[in-house]
Design a protein around this ligand. Structure first.
Ligand SMILES: [Zn+2]
Length: 427
């Protein structure tokens, strides 16, 4: 079991930075996990005030409050001792510890207590040591044992990746995800992880028992609308992403989706079946919004991504299919309607969750690259519009689905519109 450790919340750290020179500390402690979180402090012997965890669902919230420890403002030299004692698995004598505490030191007596120490201001002569601002100790009559403390940073989530990731460009991005099954769920999760500011989830379906082997949502959500289950999980994962749930059928309620497209930067369509994909292809073209269509074919043998651009010279989904067919290819859409299998009948092999998530993640990657490239990030350029990903390839498929090795990706250019296409060239 690792050493006992403490989480110092952002609020607690701020209160200590701005506080007096010492005070009391209350923790919530999980004994099995050997960790606690600071939930209340005082300044000197004054009243305690809450500095609680501001994290919904955090596991320590349900743990018991344990009374007292202390915090002290200390000389930087004590944190140099902390580093050294950690490295040598040694302790600092009580006298040595007390000598570097500004004031308020509480003698441990017969019991051990925890002490959080804080070094204010510059690091002076110890600057080359990179001294921690906060340190944790278990203080007993035998000495002060150095322990680890994890300070909640000012900024968490994808925002913490700035300036090495275009955080602002993604926070302002609005992505519509149509189809929240196994592929769409994984794609939505990746979009939230990347820091997309708003996700609109569109799916009228419920999470069924048969979805569980492949969906990113777990059994506690069985029976719920998929959009609500995902919204809850994604909000817990990345609270900075606004997730909006729409239990909307893209075919039967196309008008509602058309309205959402007025305020959408890109669509990621992972809907099952031929008709929803055609409807999305038509709606995005008319709305002038780019889209990524993602699916797997034939029980998960091959994944496919198609990027649709609302540009002259770029055809819609139907134009692409017709062009491929004219070149002697096959029409893969008919393979889309097939269920992956429910476990109630035999298939030689089936699509597995990890393969579907791979395609969902890939679709999210292409959606993010498209968004960022359109915002001027030229390193995100993809010089192709159509990808086939081999998941469990079988020989003998017609091009371009004749990918041979699991994991290989074949990229292809887009296709021009057919003349007279009612989507691309309406009368
Ligand atoms: Zn077309």
């Amino acid at each position: 079991m690792p050493d006992f450790s403490v989480l110092l919340t952002h609020k607690a750290a701020e209160a200590i930075r701005k506080g007096a020179v010492w005070g009391q500390v209350v923790l919530k402690v999980s004994t099995p996990e050997s960790i606690g979180a600071v939930v209340a402090i005082s300044h000197g012997s004054g009243g305690r005030f809450p500095v609680d965890l501001d994290v919904p669902g955090h596991f320590l919230k349900s743990c018991d409050n344990k009374p007292w420890g202390y915090w002290y403002r200390v000389s930087a030299e004590l944190h140099a001792h902390w580093l050294l004692a950690r490295a040598q698995r040694a302790v600092v004598t009580v006298e040595g510890f007390r000598g570097l505490v500004g004031s308020g030191f509480q003698s441990p007596g017969g019991n051990a207590h925890l002490a959080i120490t804080h070094v204010a201001g510059g690091q002076d002569k110890y600057s080359d040591l990179q001294l921690p601002e906060f340190a944790l100790w278990r203080v007993s009559a035998d000495g002060a044992e150095p322990l680890s403390i994890d300070v909640e940073p000012d900024v968490t989530g994808a925002r913490a990746l700035a300036p090495h990731w275009p955080v602002a460009d993604l926070e302002s991005a609005r992505v519509l995800v149509v189809g929240c099954g196994s592929i769409g769920g994984a794609a939505a999760r990746d979009l939230a992880l990347a820091g997309v500011g708003r996700l609109d989830l569109v799916d009228p379906g419920r999470l069924r028992w048969r979805n569980l082997p492949r969906h990113i949502c777990g059994p506690r959500h069985v029976g719920r609308l998929k959009v609500n289950a995902l919204r809850e999980d994604l909000t817990l994962l990345r609270e900075q992403t606004e997730v909006r749930a729409h239990a909307t059928d893209v075919v039967l309620e196309a008008d509602k989706v058309r309205d959402l497209l007025q305020d959408t930067d890109i669509v990621l369509c992972a809907a099952d079946g031929v008709v929803p994909r055609r409807v999305v292809s038509h709606l995005v073209r008319r709305a002038g919004v780019p889209a990524i269509l993602a699916c797997v074919l034939e029980n998960g043998q091959v994944g496919e991504l198609i990027r649709l651009r609302p540009w002259q010279g770029h055809g819609c989904l139907q134009c692409r299919r017709d062009a491929l067919f004219a070149e002697g290819g096959m029409r893969p859409e008919s393979m889309l309607a097939a269920d992956y299998g429910t476990g109630s009948f035999h298939r030689p092999m089936t699509a597995v969750g990890s393969d579907l998530h791979l395609i969902g993640s890939f679709a999210a990657k292409v959606a993010l690259a498209t968004l960022l490239h359109d915002k001027g990030h030229h390193d995100q350029r993809i010089d192709a519009e159509h990808a086939v990903v081999a998941l469990r390839p079988r020989p003998g498929w017609a091009p371009p689905y004749d990918v041979e090795r699991a994991g290989s990706v074949r990229w292809m250019p887009g296709f021009p519109p057919r003349s007279g296409c009612p989507t691309c060239e309406p009368a």
